[in-house]
Structure formats: C-alpha cells, structure tokens
Design a protein around this ligand. Structure first.
Ligand SMILES: [Zn+2]
Length: 369
C-alpha cells in the first residue's frame, strides 16, 4: 500500500483587486523577478503587476510569452531569466503561461508566483505542468519538487474575462470529483505520487458541491462583469478546490481522453482545455455505471453554461471510428491516468465516446422545446 501524500501551494490569495497587494507578498520571496505574460495579458494585468512590484523596489524582467507551453519556449525564457539573475518567476495569464512559468522557475531553482487572469483551469496551484509540442500536441506531464510559493488571483480581472473562460474552468473543476472518486474507489495513485488523503477527498467532494450550487450565478455575474459572493465561490472551486482535488485526489479517464483529443487535427484545437474535459467527463461517466438522473445532472449543467456535450459540439461529427480509435489509443497509452481507475482497452473507450455522444443527443432531443 502506498503512502498518503498531500501537496499544495504555500500561500493562496484571492479577492477583488488582489493584484494591488502583490508587491508586499512577492517581497517576502525576493527582489529579482521575471514576469511572463502574453500580448493580451500584458495589457490586462502584466503592466499593473510590474507597477506594484516597482513600488516595493522589486525589479522585473518583462517577457512576452509566445503562446505554447513547449520545450523550446521554456528554454528560451529560462535563458532570459538566467541572464537577469532572477530568483522569482512570475507567470501572469492562462494555463499555458502559468505552466511555462512553473517550468522556468524549476530550471532556475527559484520561487514561483502564479497570477491567473481567468478561472479557466485548475493549473495554478499544482506542482506540475502539461507540456505540448510547438504545434500544441500533448507531450506529457512535467513534475516539480514543489508547488507554487504564491498564487494571487484577482477576481475583478476574472470577472472581466469572457464568460466562456469561467465556464471552461467549471468544466475542468467538475471533472475533479468524478476522477478522484474513481481513483479512490480502486486505490490508485494520484498526481502527488501516493495514495489519496481524507483531506483531498473532502476538498474534491466540496468542489463539486460548490459548482452545482453556484456555477449558474457565477456565470451570470461574469456576463455582468460583476464580482459577487457566488463568483468568489466558483473562482475558489475552479482554482483552489479543483487544483488541490485533482492533484492529491487523482486524475483518471476524463483528462486522459482530453489528452487523446489533442492528437487529432482540425477544429477541435479551437476548443478550450475545459471544453474538451467536459466531453471527456461525460465519456468517463459513460464508462461507469450511473443512473440516467445522475448522467443528466451533469449534462444539464454543461448545457446551461454553453459547454459542449456531443461530438458535434467539439467539431468531431465527421470523425471516423478510426479517428476516435486514435484518441482512445492515446488516452490508454502506458502511463496515462486512465489506468489509475480503469482496467479497459482503447476499444472500450471508443464505445464510451459514442455512448456519451448519444446520451447527450437524446438529452437535447428531449429538451428541445
Ligand atoms: Zn484540467
């Protein structure tokens, strides 16, 4: 029996205008920093972060992120960070920027500060990155010796982002309990490298409960660009609860199937991480034994948030069984998280993909009027 392991970031700060206090938190870590953000995020938050750092006499090397969390990009930014003798690496933006910042920080042996500008994935708190090829194909997970030292999420910035991003984060977070409970059931290993704790189980369960309670209200709050208690609850669920829950609770089929989808060419690449995970979660539910009420509880939430539930919704209505077999083979490749909870073949996965699609089509037909 493996040891119980629970890991988490050292400090998590969330609130309206939280960025205004970032200087005082970073000062505790160091005074030579590199700030990584893409072009859009530099305008939304990057310059404000640098401004706050300057007020505390912290220097910031500014780097423009090229959009892909790839080996080449990680090496390029590591080079810049080394030349500037940086001790703190600050990533500002979405999942791929944050994953790159973690990798750079690991390379330079520095402190890691994560500033998510959306609540669109649960990447911020974890001690791992997902690394892609320069063309965006999933290559693998990269694990680090520690979680970020500081996570600062400003809910005013999150409220200003497109509602689709929040919905994607909700989908990513909704996978957390579905995957964790399947791993717990069979005693599989988690992303933290051991078996799960009561703490991680409680957090993952609470994550799902919070989503079913507040997801709609939070989604509507973001449409109104308003910070509300409902939004604060969902930002915490998407970021902290889902982050701790997936990492120390376990990933299973939903994320493995997501990873499989990245192997396909075409319009599916325009879907967000969370959108692909939404469909992956339905596939995992189809692999398990659930009542129609239980399956429809998830489909109802996805549909109400504009999330994809059918193959057509993820632009795969023209995919052949051979194409889906490619997805399933990638999802069941050796070392994939699906094996932590399921004893299945690629063929079983293809069947579940078709079944999930059919369940959602039937649901849509039933609720057409
Ligand atoms: Zn995810």
């Amino acid at each position: 029996m493996s040891e119980r392991i629970f890991i988490s970031p050292a400090k998590y700060v969330q609130g309206k205008n939280a960025i205004k206090n970032i200087g005082q938190y970073v000062k505790d870590l160091g005074e030579q920093t590199v700030v990584i953000a893409d072009e859009t995020v530099w305008d939304i938050a990057g310059h404000d972060v640098v401004e706050q750092l300057k007020q505390e006499n912290i220097t910031a090397e500014e780097v423009l992120f090229n959009g892909e969390a790839s080996k080449t990009e990680i090496e390029r930014i590591t080079d810049t960070a080394n030349k500037a003798n940086v001790t703190v690496v600050i990533g500002v933006g979405g999942g791929k920027t944050l994953d790159t910042a973690k990798a750079v920080s690991d390379e330079v042996n520095g402190y890691t500060v994560i500033v998510p500008t959306t609540a669109s994935t649960d990447a911020p708190t974890s001690a791992l990155s997902v690394v892609y090829s320069d063309k965006g194909v999933f290559e693998g997970y990269r694990f680090y010796k520690k979680n970020p030292d500081l996570v600062v999420i400003d809910t005013k910035i999150v409220a200003g982002a497109p509602p689709r991003f929040l919905a994607s984060g909700i989908a990513d977070a909704l996978a957390t309990w579905v995957e964790a409970r399947s791993v717990i059931k069979v005693g599989g290993d988690t992303m933290a490298g051991g078996s799960t704790t009561i703490a991680a189980q409680a957090i993952a369960e609470k994550c799902e409960e919070t989503l079913f309670q507040y997801a709609h209200l939070a989604y509507e709050s973001v449409k109104a660009k308003s910070v509300t208690p409902a939004l604060e609850s969902i930002v915490e669920a998407n970021t902290l609860l889902s982050g701790l829950g997936f990492e120390s609770g376990g990933l299973a089929a939903a994320h493995a199937i997501h990873n499989g989808f990245t192997a396909l060419k075409g319009d599916i690449h325009h879907m967000t991480h969370g959108e692909k995970v939404a469909f992956g979660t339905l596939v995992q539910l189809a692999l398990e034994k659930h009542s129609i009420d239980e399956i429809e509880r998830y489909i109802t939430l996805y549909v109400s948030l504009g999330l994809p539930v059918t193959l057509e919704d993820i632009h795969l209505n023209d995919a052949s069984r051979d194409d889906l077999m490619k997805v399933a083979e990638a999802a069941t490749t050796e070392g994939e998280t699906i094996h932590q909870a399921f004893n299945i073949t690629a063929d079983d996965v293809v069947d579940a993909i078709y079944a999930a699609d059919q369940y959602a089509q039937a649901y849509k037909k039933k609720h057409a009027n």
